[in-house]
Design a protein around this ligand. Structure first.
Ligand SMILES: [Zn+2]
Ligand SMILES: [Zn+2]
Length: 326
């Protein structure tokens, strides 16, 4: 009985990745990032053991991993090229240097003065951080280019525990009261996303930052789960949210979080031979999953002709990254 419930729950929540990692006992997701796994089931809902997700004491995964192997470095000397960046950081371990559109631009220099260091081993990141100077909570390290010696550049590592934050541990997480937030600025932590959304709409119980499965680095999207329908509807009705936090001030898009293994809410799969519903209607008068048949029927009613189906977004497809360690 209990096993069956666990299984149903797992099936239902499968696409909702990046859940608080305490689900581990019944959801072996492979990229677990925390040593404590206190998730348990209560009826059909997941309860979270303790809200201390992003506490400074969070130690990371079982194998001691605390950071993404991808690290942002900003404020580089303008004349520093890829090889010089590589050799500046090579002492911490094998790495490759990347920046947006690097392959297409064929440039030797990061055009905007920032780059990403992709280390082969997470321990290299810890080693790098230990060698940084801290000023105003920011990390700096000195780098030299042919013309500029010992310029302090900013190092911004991504702490794995910042990808999830549970604001209200007493609430169960309902994927149907969860929104997808697109265009999240990359330094934004789950804690900060939770606080901003809670201030705007109330009722936030969880926020997560989507990370790529390989490097576990933020992809620029997130999820926020609400405890009640009113907050959820208020958030999706707004469609855009101004995220303001510290240096960050950005308008981002908010949509219902669409699951890809839901049954049609109208017919329960009867009219579509039990297949998962391909459509979700985000209009607040619907807010349902539909099979093709039921979509057509419901949306032929007056006033609903203009509803548009929403498809799943932010899917965690494993990305093949061609790595070349040097
Ligand atoms: Zn149907
Ligand atoms: Zn509709």
């Amino acid at each position: 009985m209990e096993i069956e419930q666990n299984f149903n729950n797992l099936k239902q929540l499968k696409p909702f990745r990046g859940f608080p990692k305490r689900r581990k006992p019944f959801y072996q997701c492979g990229d677990d990032q925390t040593e404590e796994s206190t998730g348990f089931l209560d009826g059909n809902n997941i309860q979270i053991g303790s809200p201390a997700r992003s506490s400074p004491h969070s130690q990371g995964s079982d194998n001691g991993e605390r950071f993404s192997r991808k690290v942002f470095v900003g404020g580089l000397p303008p004349d520093i090229d890829e090889d010089e960046i590589t050799s500046s950081f090579r002492r911490y371990g094998p790495l490759i240097v990347d920046w947006p559109h690097k392959a297409e631009s064929k440039s030797y220099f990061p055009p905007k003065g920032y780059a990403f260091l992709l280390f082969q081993d997470e321990s290299s990141v810890q080693n790098l951080i230990e060698n940084c100077i801290i000023e105003d909570d920011k990390l700096y390290i000195c780098v030299s280019s042919p013309t500029i010696k010992n310029k302090p550049v900013q190092i911004r590592p991504w702490r794995l525990s910042d990808a999830d934050f549970v604001l209200d541990a007493s609430m169960s997480l309902d994927p149907r009261k969860t929104v997808f937030v697109g265009g999240v600025p990359r330094p934004l932590k789950a804690l900060e996303l939770a606080m901003i959304m809670d201030r705007l709409y109330g009722g936030v119980c969880y926020a997560g930052i989507d990370t790529d499965p390989e490097l576990k680095y933020p992809k620029g999207a997130g999820r926020v789960a609400f405890s009640n329908q009113q907050s959820y509807i208020a958030a999706i009705s707004a469609r855009f949210v101004q995220l303001q936090h510290g240096d960050i001030d950005k308008r981002v898009e908010v949509k219902p979080y669409v699951l890809d293994d839901q049954m049609c809410d109208e017919c329960g799969g009867q009219r579509c031979s039990g297949k998962f519903a391909p459509f979700f209607c985000a209009n607040v008068t619907c807010l349902q999953y539909y099979c093709e048949h039921c979509w057509a029927q419901i949306h032929s009613r007056p006033g609903r002709e203009y509803h548009k189906p929403l498809v799943k977004e932010g899917a965690d497809r494993p990305r093949a990254v061609p790595f070349r360690w040097c």
